[in-house]
Design a protein around this ligand. Structure first.
Ligand code: ACO
Length: 707
């Protein structure tokens, strides 16, 4: 099956045919032709209607075969039952793209016909956009091939949308919000052209400075990750994904499985790709407008100028959340603002020019910040006070926004009454990044900063390690031979030994006598755990005893474990008990790895122990990973300060955590028979003292669902 990779002909067609161009102004087939004509497209416009005549003032042809000029796009707007024939009629016309507006295919279960359409089109070297879409807009050639609004503001944001209705509404909203569009593309059922193809095109499109994607579902996540990564290095990419609360359908046989809900994984992985996730459509448009028009800051130093302490503190808090670094060279700040800040003001960042600040003082402060090369970006805040003249302030904002434009990013936020709100609306219409909410002003700069940081982070290459695959395969084969869907503890420990992850000393005892002997060899205190393929959650079944100090306690624990487990799972086949070294306390962490249905191999790290699902302090990443990315993953967690050492404690062995994450990721990547690995807890000791994988659980692919 042939496929052109270059979508230039879709975005810069020489001619467009509209099959199903209607004479009836109420119909989609009419509106598309009218939009193309009214939009100012200068290429060939060829309405196709069996009855001929004129559509939206353009002569209609009864078939594409009547058209003698080049057609690069055939838009299909006929009922579903006629689509296949319409496409067949295009196959001999050297048409490059088919854009199918028509609904009634895979979205209602008509999968076979959709597949057939793509097969026929691709065989004739035609790519298919849709079906079930509103069309596309390309500002470069003024092509509005949609049945959405006519009046689209051209600009530098490109939108890819899976939802047609939201996409059409977005076109209107972009106009209101003064967001100029480079392109908007509706992908619908993604029968052929998908987000990956479109991202590849938009990454090289010089008209596109920021990309916004509205996603509902993710197909072929692994390919999407790579394309998103590549795109996000060139241009800011913002994603809105619906279905945030949907949980993965994975059988929750492990914490990793139950914590790896579709949304949690998606959130962390797009972060890993350097993509910015917007919470709402409004926020996404705000971010895109700013990202498409702003300078990239030369450094991390951010300055807040304010006339009110409260909003200054709110902005400073938001800066911390969005990873913006506040410039804090006190000497330099005093020198820069000595002429502007009154004696009772503050030179500390947020620089407080006080409640009596006039527009002139703002002007001077902003000019001074612009001149200082140590300040890389500025957040300017204003609260309406008696001395605050909204009109004059707006003039200053306009003037300074212009002055900053090619030099440094700046955002503004003013908070006040009707006049202030009106001022914001007016300034926004003129393209100024001004918001009534401080948080919005900071989040825009934060997004710009994370775009820059991502570029820096991507310079680190992924860690690659070799593991002893054949030995691991032998262990897996033996488990499969016994029709087990998971490895027994000693088998999982053996795999840890093979990749040099330290586990507590242990041995299997098939009888009470062997248990006593083993405990004597390992040395007290001892932990005892049931060994049974029928019992996964040992503590729930009463199959675990800790801190056994002597022979008598071993005897009692053995008896109670056997009693509890038989009571909890009456038909369980119990092979014996594991006698293990009681390890010294440290910080309990969890490391997991699994094969995600959308994204392929993923790893998880977080706070471990029995409260893992209550605390949910975990982070996910697609594997492989660079050391810097693993460090970022660890440092995002709430319990990270505990790893650095709190209240005089020593720093923990983060290096061992990193190495263990890499090893677990390497196992899942190179052993397709393993579905899920989990170490919980991995007890981490002080720096240089390593960690112990106390409980290791490994689930196998084929039988995982049955666990
Ligand atoms: N060749 C040329 N012209 C044809 C052919 C053909 N094979 N078959 C029909 N026509 C003409 C018809 O004569 C008609 O023109 P006329 O009005 O001048 O007589 C025109 O094409 C349209 O055909 P209709 O049968 O009237 O079809 P209708 O307009 O009712 O519906 C449509 C077609 C719009 C494609 C419909 O089937 C459909 O799928 N609608 C949903 C579209 C949609 O919502 N897509 C998703 C968008 S995203 C979102 O959710 C907003």
């Amino acid at each position: 099956m042939k496929k052109q990779n270059n979508l230039t002909s879709l975005f810069e067609p020489r001619g467009v045919a509209i099959i199903g161009a209607s004479h009836n102004q109420e119909k989609i087939g009419y509106q598309i032709v009218d939009n193309i004509v009214q939009g100012g497209y200068q290429g060939g416009i060829f309405p196709i209607n069996l009855k001929g005549g004129k559509v939206a003032g353009m002569p209609a042809y009864s078939s594409v075969h009547e058209v003698i000029s080049d057609i690069d796009i055939a838009i299909i707007a006929v009922p579903a039952r006629h689509v296949l024939d319409s496409i067949k009629s295009c196959t001999k016309k050297n048409i490059k793209n088919i854009v199918i507006i028509t609904s009634g295919f895979s979205e209602i279960g008509n999968i076979a016909e959709e597949k057939q359409i793509v097969k026929i089109a691709n065989a004739a070297d035609m790519r298919v956009l849709g079906p079930n879409i509103f069309g596309l807009y390309s500002s470069k050639i003024k092509l509005n091939a949609t049945f959405g609004p006519q009046d689209i503001k051209p600009g530098h944001v490109s939108i890819i949308t899976q939802s047609g209705a939201i996409g059409i509404a977005m076109i209107g909203k972009t106009k209101v919000e003064n967001v100029g569009l480079a392109n908007i593309i509706s992908v619908g059922n993604k029968a052929d052209i998908d987000e990956v193809d479109l991202l590849e095109y938009l990454t090289t499109d010089e008209n596109t400075r920021a990309i916004l994607m509205y996603l509902e579902g993710v197909k072929g996540g692994h390919k999407l990750i790579n394309t998103l990564k590549a795109a996000a290095l060139k241009k800011p990419v913002v994603v809105i994904k619906s279905g945030r609360s949907a949980r993965g359908a994975a059988a929750a046989a492990s914490h990793t499985g139950s914590l790896a809900g579709a949304d949690e994984v998606f959130d962390d992985i797009i972060k890993q790709c350097g993509v910015i996730r917007a919470e709402t459509i409004d926020q996404s448009l705000q971010l895109c407008r700013f990202l498409a028009s702003s300078q990239i800051p030369k450094g991390q130093n951010t300055l807040i100028i304010t006339n009110g302490g409260g909003v200054g503190v709110m902005a400073a808090d938001a800066c911390e959340k969005f990873g913006l670094q506040l410039y804090d060279d006190q000497v330099d700040l005093e020198k820069t603002f000595e002429k502007v800040v009154p004696k009772f003001g503050s030179f500390k960042n947020p620089v407080d020019i006080t409640g009596g600040a006039s527009a002139k003082m703002y002007d001077q402060a902003l000019a001074a910040a612009l001149k200082n090369n140590n300040i890389n970006s500025v957040i300017c805040l204003g609260c309406e006070t008696a001395s605050f003249d909204a009109e004059k302030f707006a003039d200053t904002v306009r003037k300074q926004d212009k002055a900053y434009h090619n030099l440094k990013p700046i955002t503004f936020s003013i908070f006040g009454g009707e006049q202030v709100e009106q001022g914001i609306v007016d300034l926004r219409k003129q393209g100024t990044p001004i918001y009534s909410d401080v948080y919005d002003a900071v989040s825009c700069l934060g997004a710009l900063n994370s775009f820059k940081q991502n570029k820096l982070l991507s310079q680190n290459s992924a860690i690659e390690i070799e593991i002893n695959k054949s030995e691991i395969r032998n262990i897996l084969n033996s488990a499969k031979k016994h029709k087990r869907s998971f490895l027994l503890a000693y088998e999982a420990q053996r795999i840890m030994d093979l990749v040099e992850v330290s586990v507590p000393a242990s041995s299997i005892a098939k009888s009470m006598r062997q248990a006593i002997e083993a405990a004597g060899k390992i040395g007290y205190p001892i932990a005892m755990k049931v060994v049974s393929k029928d019992i996964i959650h040992k503590s729930d079944a009463g199959g675990l005893a800790l801190d056994l100090e002597n022979k008598q306690e071993i005897i009692e624990a053995h008896e109670s474990i056997m009693y509890n487990c038989k009571k909890h799972v009456p038909n369980a086949h119990i092979e014996g008990v594991e006698i293990a070294e009681m390890i010294k306390p440290g910080i309990e962490t969890i490391i997991g790895a699994r094969r995600d249905p959308s994204f392929g191999p993923i790893v998880m790290f977080g706070m471990g122990g029995i409260y893992v699902e209550v605390m949910k302090d975990v982070a996910f990443r697609a594997y492989p990973l660079s050391r810097a990315e693993i460090m970022k993953m660890i440092s995002e967690l709430k319990f990270y300060p505990m790893l650095l050492g709190v209240r005089g404690e020593s720093e923990k062995d983060i290096e061992t955590i990193i190495n263990t994450i890499v090893k677990v990721g390497a196992i899942i990547t190179s052993c397709p028979d393993i579905a899920d690995i989990e170490i919980n807890p991995l007890v981490v000791y002080d720096k240089g003292e390593g960690a112990k994988a106390v409980d290791v659980r490994i689930l196998l692919t084929t039988l995982q669902e049955t666990v």
